[in-house]
Design a protein around this ligand. Structure first.
Ligand code: ADP
Ligand code: MG
Ligand code: MG
Length: 257
């Protein structure tokens, strides 16, 4: 049983236009994600959803000015990016990076070695990776291609879910895993996430702008993000309301505040 706990988190980024100045993006986020729970974070573009995922993952551009993030009581903010991964945090980014010259199979085995603390036995690993790839309808030849280089949006997302299945984190943060996917790819990716839920019983933070993916991955909690914090939390019915009414009432509140 694991718990990711975020308390009154404030995060800023350097203002590219004014040297030395920072802009506050997260303005006091409170959120608790436990094993077996799926939390959907929804909200308009620019509300700070990706900033939250980067802050949890330890991206150097995002500066935590106050508040806390803990995983099972351990201070995540004191951990390096690698240590966060070893502790059981996983981030699938909205815009996955390309790593030319590093094959998928090497990359995945290195990542698995780092997270597990020892290199998986080669014979077992080949089998394990192959099975995971088959489950996600990934062509075996992809194992030899450079990480994400020239991959389509859908292929990148499949590879993230492949990592999720192989790395078996305690808490997975999926940032717009649904963006740019056609219906078939969305189904395959969602099934991969649901398999992770069933097999590992991990906690999921599913960040999305659209309600579409929530037809395939059922959230236990839905949070609306607005102005750098959670403006409203509810159950799955909140997603239905957003599907009907959009984010207007939240963005309005933001501009008149
Ligand atoms: P979302 O994922 O909800 O669309 P983001 O977290 O990407 O929102 O961005 C929130 C706000 O922070 C936006 O206004 C965005 O322009 C700003 N922002 C994010 N990253 C940076 C950055 N590195 N430099 C300047 N502004 C940034
Ligand atoms: Mg505050
Ligand atoms: Mg985003």
């Amino acid at each position: 049983m694991s718990t990711l706990e975020i308390r009154d988190l404030h995060v800023d980024v350097a203002n590219n236009d004014v040297a030395g100045e920072h802009i506050e993006i997260l303005t006091g986020v409170n959120l608790t994600v436990k094993s077996g729970e799926t939390h959907a974070i929804m909200g308009p573009n620019g509300s700070g959803k990706s900033t939250l995922s980067y802050a949890i993952a330890g991206h150097p551009k995002y500066r935590v000015t106050s508040g806390t993030i803990t995983l099972d009581g351990e201070n995540v903010l004191e951990m390096s990016v690698d240590e966060r991964a070893r502790a059981g945090l996983f981030l699938a980014m909205q815009y996955p990076v390309e790593v030319p010259g590093v094959s998928m199979s090497n990359f995945l085995r290195t990542a698995a070695t780092a997270v597990r603390g020892e290199a998986p036995k080669l014979r077992h690993w080949v089998k394990e990776a192959k099975t995971a790839m088959t489950e996600l309808d990934i062509d075996p030849t992809f194992a030899e291609r450079s990480v994400n280089e020239g991959f389509s949006g859908g292929e990148k997302k499949r590879h993230e879910i492949l990592q999720l299945g192989l790395l078996k984190p305690k808490i997975a943060i999926l940032d717009e895993t649904d963006s740019g996917l056609d219906v078939d790819a969305l189904r395959v990716v969602s099934e991969g996430v649901n398999r992770y839920k069933e097999r590992e019983g991990g906690g999921i933070l599913l960040i999305t702008h659209y309600t579409r993916i929530l037809r395939y991955i059922k959230p236990d909690f839905v949070h609306v993000f607005s102005g750098g914090k959670i403006a409203l939390s509810g159950g799955p019915e909140l997603a239905d309301e957003l599907e009907t009414n959009g984010y207007e009432r939240f963005t309005k509140a933001e501009t008149t505040a």
